[in-house]
Every structure is written in C-alpha cells, then in structure tokens.
Design a protein around this ligand. Structure first.
Ligand SMILES: [Zn+2]
Length: 412
C-alpha cells in the first residue's frame, strides 16, 4: 500500500531511545546557542572596546615601549589576541561543561586548561605572524593590501595544511601508526584501498588517542603531499563494528582519492578573495567615517587592531554557511564513495553504511531533525539522519545503474 510506504519512509532510520532523543534535542539547542550566542557576545564586546577607544589606548601603550612600528606590533598584537581569547573563554568553558554533562567529553578540567593554554600560545604565535604581515602590507600598499594579503594567505594556507599533522596536531594528541596496534585491521583497510585502486602506505594510517578527551567516534584525512594521512580516532574502534569501521575508513579514503583537501584550499582561495575585498572596503569606510571618534587615525595604525578583529569575527561568521555548504557537498561525495568502495567487501554495503551512521548518532547524540537554518549555517556534514536515509536508498548496483566513483568488480 502506498500509504504504508510513506509512513515507513517518514520513520527515522536511526531512532534514538527516548532519553537519548531528549538529550540530543537539548544538545542541539546548546550547540546552536553557543555558536550564535558566542558570536553575538564577541561582536558586542569587541564593538564596545572599539567605541571606548581601547585601540588608541593600547597603541599608546605600545608607543611608550618603542618608537619602532615593528616592536609596537609585538606589544599591541599579543594584547589584542589575549583580549579576544579572554572574551571567547566563557563560551569555551560553557561548551566544555555541556560536553561533560552530556557525556561527549571525558576530559577533566585541569587537562582542559592545559589544552586552552597551549592553543592560546599557538594563536599568539600565528596571530603575531599573520597580523604583523597584514599591517605591514596595509602600510606598504594602503589601496591594494587586500590583494597582496590574499596572495600571502595562499602559500601560508598550503604550508599550514602541510605542517598541521607534523607540527600542530602532535601538540594536542598522540598518533601511532595503526599497523603497530592493529595490523589485522590495517589488512582489512588495505582491501578497501585496493578495491578503490589505491595504495595508501600502511604508515599513512594513524590511530589518535582521542579517548583522552572524547567518547564519540571519528576519522579524518589531513595533510598535503608527503604529510597526507588518514587518522582514525581510537574511540571508533570501540564503538563501531568491523563492517562499520570499513565504511568510516572508506569515507575517509573518498576524501583522499577525490582530492578534497586541495579542492578545499582552492575553494577557500575564492572565498578569501571576496571577503578580503569586503574587509578592505568596510574597514576603509569605518575608519573614514568613525575613525576620529574611535581614536583610529588610519587602517594601518595599531590603534585599528580591535576594529580589525571585530571585522574578522563578523566576516568569519558570515563565511560559515558558504564554507559549510561546500563542506556538506564534499562530505556527501565521500559518503557515496565510502558506500561504493565497501560494496563486495561486506555482505550488504547499504546496511553497513546505515548502521555506521546510526552508531555515530547514538554516541554523538545527533539531533535527528535539526533546525534547517542551524543546519545550513553551522553543519559541516549533512545531518546524520539525512546521510543514513541517502545511504539506505542509494543502490547504483541495480541493473542499468552505475556507481559514481568506484566501478564494481566483475560479477558484483
Ligand atoms: Zn568526511
């Protein structure tokens, strides 16, 4: 009966037990509140600081230390980065409290503070380098700095993507080649790689000690060229069944094979180009019309740092839906690839894919029906239920159909 079919399709594929469902919906509200509320708080407080002429006061303090612009920057930039970190702290603390409350995090507060100090230190180093370069360019070319800064950002982004798994990630986690801890699993994964016509060296698959902090399962692809690798969270091995792990890995292999990291860099280059130009126009207009009132002589003076951070927060927030729409599209491609690549290696690729999503939905407490606007703005992946629904109905192995990325071997 058609009516029954409709009713069946409306049922969630990954139904949560009532207590988990309630928690998932609450958690969805917390997440959205922290993102939107946290941004509103930052914008409001930074704007107040700009209006209260904090930029001019900090620039005067820096000028008291040295008459050289470079040294003044080494004083003013860290002060502003620490102010921004302090303003972000309430949302970060609340976020960790929520994670602990709902059982997504197991990290004790002292360890969390150590992480916070480390990441703030890293932000200070990178912030001084990036903002120092930006201001150097603004002074050197007041009308074209946005273009030069764009040209500067691209190699930096490539370098950071290359260096992140080698230099930055090991500051926060421990990575061991999966072949050392679970060679049998690597054998299984190599079958998936071979099925996709790919040779991923065994030493490019890493296990990360995520269980120090988190309870949920995850895996990701990172790095570029010689540093490119697939990382599997150790929690995944506890939560997912062997077949589900094959899908999770297959999805990551999809990112690898479909070159999603270089495509992401190319996409962000286009977005940066537009947003830097907007920043140039808006900052120029604000300094012209409000500069005197806010104690900002020009865009290239250290007194404009607070305004620059305010603009960065606003533009970053406005870029989120653009970045996330791109991300959801490539995540969907990786889902399709993952489902195709395990076909023939597991008895039922559709069932393994759906159950992988459902396992994740329970441990991550994914809201099965997120608010569409919140999903559009903040979700880097399609909602888990949407991914499961697609996987359950994706069947390119029917007669006359063709898989999109991985051709079926003979007889399958
Ligand atoms: Zn992915």
């Amino acid at each position: 009966m058609p009516a029954d079919v409709t009713a069946f399709a409306a049922q969630p594929l990954c139904p949560l037990p009532p207590d988990k469902l309630r928690a998932a919906i609450e958690l969805g509200h917390w997440r959205a509140g922290l993102i939107f509320g946290g941004t509103a708080w930052l914008v409001l407080t930074l704007w107040l600081l700009v209006r209260l002429r904090a930029g001019a006061a900090i620039a005067r303090l820096a000028a008291g230390v040295s008459s050289r612009a470079g040294v003044q920057g080494l004083v003013a930039i860290p002060i502003w980065i620490l102010i921004l970190s302090a303003l972000e702290l309430p949302a970060s603390i609340l976020g960790h409290h929520v994670g602990l409350h709902y059982g997504l995090s197991v990290e004790k507060w002292p360890a969390w503070w150590v992480d916070w100090l480390e990441s703030t230190g890293l932000t200070l180093v990178l912030g001084v380098a990036v903002l120092g370069s930006l201001y150097g360019l603004i002074r050197w070319s007041p009308r074209r700095w946005w273009l030069w800064f764009w040209a500067f950002t691209l190699p930096v982004e490539v370098l950071l993507t290359f260096a992140a798994p080698l230099v930055i990630d090991p500051l926060f986690n421990h990575f061991t080649p999966l072949a050392q801890t679970d060679p049998a699993l690597v054998d299984q994964l190599e079958r998936v790689a071979a099925r996709g016509g790919l040779e991923i060296p065994r030493n490019r698959i890493f296990l990360m000690d995520a269980s120090r902090r988190a309870t949920g399962a995850n895996a990701y692809v990172t790095g570029l060229g010689a540093s490119k690798r697939i990382v599997v969270w150790d929690t995944t091995l506890k939560i997912e069944s062997p077949q589900e792990i094959l899908f999770t890995y297959g999805h990551e292999q999809g990112h690898y094979v479909l070159h999603h990291i270089p495509k992401g860099i190319a996409f962000s280059a286009v977005v940066f180009f537009v947003f830097y130009w907007i920043a140039f126009r808006v900052s120029g207009w604000l300094v012209r019309t409000r500069g005197e009132r806010w104690g900002i002589e020009s865009a290239g003076c250290w007194s404009s740092l607070g305004l620059a951070l305010l603009l960065a927060v606003v533009l970053n927030f406005l870029a989120q839906p653009i970045a996330n729409t791109f991300s959801r599209a490539v995540e969907h491609q990786a889902d399709v690839y993952g489902e195709e690549v395990i076909h023939g290696l597991v008895p039922d690729a559709q069932a393994a894919t759906v159950s992988s999503f459902c396992s994740d939905a329970v441990v991550w407490l994914d809201d099965p029906q997120p608010n569409r606007f919140v999903e559009f703005w903040t979700y880097s992946h399609p909602s888990t239920e949407e991914r499961a629904q697609f996987a359950a109905h994706y069947d390119p192995w029917l007669a006359g159909e063709h898989p999109r990325y991985v051709q079926s071997p003979g007889g399958l």
